[in-house]
Design a binder for this molecule. Structure first.
Ligand SMILES: Cc1ncc(COP(=O)(O)O)c(C=O)c1O
Length: 437
């Protein structure tokens, strides 16, 4: 059993399978956020509903999405171009509808966030402004195991400035035999390379291991040495409470289709710290970043909107933004701190069951500093892990697989129940049994 566990909570003493199921039902019975599950479409399985543990990849569809999409289609049909100003939610300012909700999740002021583009596009825009190599200060610190898109973006910016990516990128990895980066190692690397570093780019939550990084501590080290600090929050936003403004992060980017449940390819998000709101930063500009009072004056000179909105390029996809309005309303109804409190219990329960029933067979590589995701490695090699993963799917448990041999499970407090966890681990246990050497 886990002992000193700062991020998850243990659920009493579990004796045997029947008692565990009883405990799970009781927890669902007293869960004050349980009603939110009814706000989502749950995917169908072979026997009833599937247990969906893939919110880290694509969040479920909120039930209100069809109506808001229909509203956009109605406005387009009946108002056509005048919907930009005359619709109930005018398209001209449609992105402003999500600013408050995103600001709450990011721990930011309204003008520090904007919904636009996709994550990787936003990362490029941010790096165009915040990666300004000068003299010896040209290096970018990134994890060796960063999500590939981030690495491609970093390498392409380095090359764009005429440097050799392998010489300029500074990779950081967990120590040999470990899965998580140690905070001390990150800070130490920043300190040792401070006079060479132009940018530090790290995730809030690591996509493979599920580790939550010490964003505040890293931001502080960067600030001390006047190094720009950017975050990829794909796996953190809507998963953990964030305080981007107070932590003094320079910029952050995220997508909206994972924990924000806004649908495949939904409009992504971006944070720029207030201190850059009016700074004369070089940027890649477009007309939607132009001061909105003069946007339709069609002037040749560009005057950026103050704040994150000044990085907008184009008028946003209204159909891509609409589901985010519905999803953020659910977050506001629940509150990210309450959701996080439930998340700690749910993921703690998952950890507790795996540890109690399967510790000989499964290694949990996710450290205690984490969001809702647990990443598992099965002892006995890749082939066996693959068979277990397939057995999970056959048992209506939707997890995901990441090479080389990692199964990721993410209980999401908006729509997962304690009984889901019980059922998932029960199926996992049987799958592990049938593949025993
Ligand atoms: C951590 C992380 N970063 C970046 C991306 C790329 O996102 P996009 O395709 O929206 O640019 C993903 C996508 O899953 C991701 O998980």
């Amino acid at each position: 059993m886990p002992t000193d566990n700062p991020t998850s909570e243990r659920i009493g003493h579990l004796e045997g399978v029947a008692a565990t199921l009883r405990a799970a039902r009781e927890l669902d019975g007293t869960d004050r956020l349980a009603h939110l599950r009814r706000q989502f479409h749950l995917p169908a399985g072979r026997q009833g509903r599937r247990i969906y543990l893939c919110g880290h990849s694509l969040g479920l569809q909120p039930r209100g999405v069809a109506a808001i999409i229909a509203e956009v289609l109605d406005d387009w049909r009946s108002l056509a171009v005048s919907a930009h100003f005359d619709a109930n939610r005018p398209w001209f300012s449609y992105h402003e509808e999500v600013a408050e909700g995103l600001a709450e999740l990011a721990g930011a002021g309204r003008s520090e966030v904007v919904a636009m583009n996709s994550l990787t596009v936003n990362l490029h825009l941010m790096m165009a402004s915040f990666y300004r190599p000068e003299g010896k200060r040209r290096r970018i610190l990134i994890e060796a195991g960063a999500f590939p898109s981030d690495r491609y973006a970093v390498d392409s910016h380095i090359a764009w400035h005429g440097f050799e990516a392998d010489a300029v990128r500074l990779d950081i990895s967990p120590r040999n035999g470990e899965w998580a980066l140690r905070s001390d190692d990150i800070i130490d690397t920043i300190e040792r390379h401070a006079d060479e570093l132009a940018l530090v780019l790290l995730p809030g939550v690591q996509y493979l291991s599920g580790q939550a990084l010490d964003m505040a501590g890293i931001a502080e080290a960067c600030r001390r040495h006047d190094i720009r600090f950017g975050l990829d929050l794909a796996h953190a936003i809507g998963n953990l409470p964030l305080q981007l403004h107070d932590w003094d992060v320079d910029f952050a980017v995220w997508c909206s289709y994972k924990y924000l449940n806004a649908g495949p390819g939904a409009v992504a998000g971006c944070f720029v710290h207030e201190r850059w709101a009016r700074a004369d930063l070089s940027r890649l500009a477009g007309w939607w970043g132009q001061d909105k009072r003069r946007r339709f004056a069609m002037e040749p000179e560009f005057h950026a909107m103050p704040g994150a909105e000044g990085w907008q390029l184009s008028n946003p996809s209204i159909l891509g933004l609409a589901p985010l309005i519905v999803s953020l309303a659910l977050f506001r109804q629940a509150g990210i701190r309450q959701l996080h409190a439930k998340s700690r219990k749910l993921t703690g329960f998952l950890e507790q069951l795996i540890t109690a029933w399967l510790i000989e067979e499964i290694e949990i590589i996710t450290p205690q500093a984490r969001g809702c995701q647990l990443s598992l490695r099965l002892r006995g090699g890749r082939q066996r892990a693959r068979r277990v993963f397939e057995a999970l799917a056959e048992g209506d448990i939707m997890a995901d697989w990441r090479e080389p041999d990692i199964i990721r499970l993410a209980p999401v407090p908006l729509y997962n129940r304690f009984q889901d966890i019980y059922r998932a681990v029960d199926v996992l246990r049987r799958a592990v049994d049938t593949t025993r050497r």
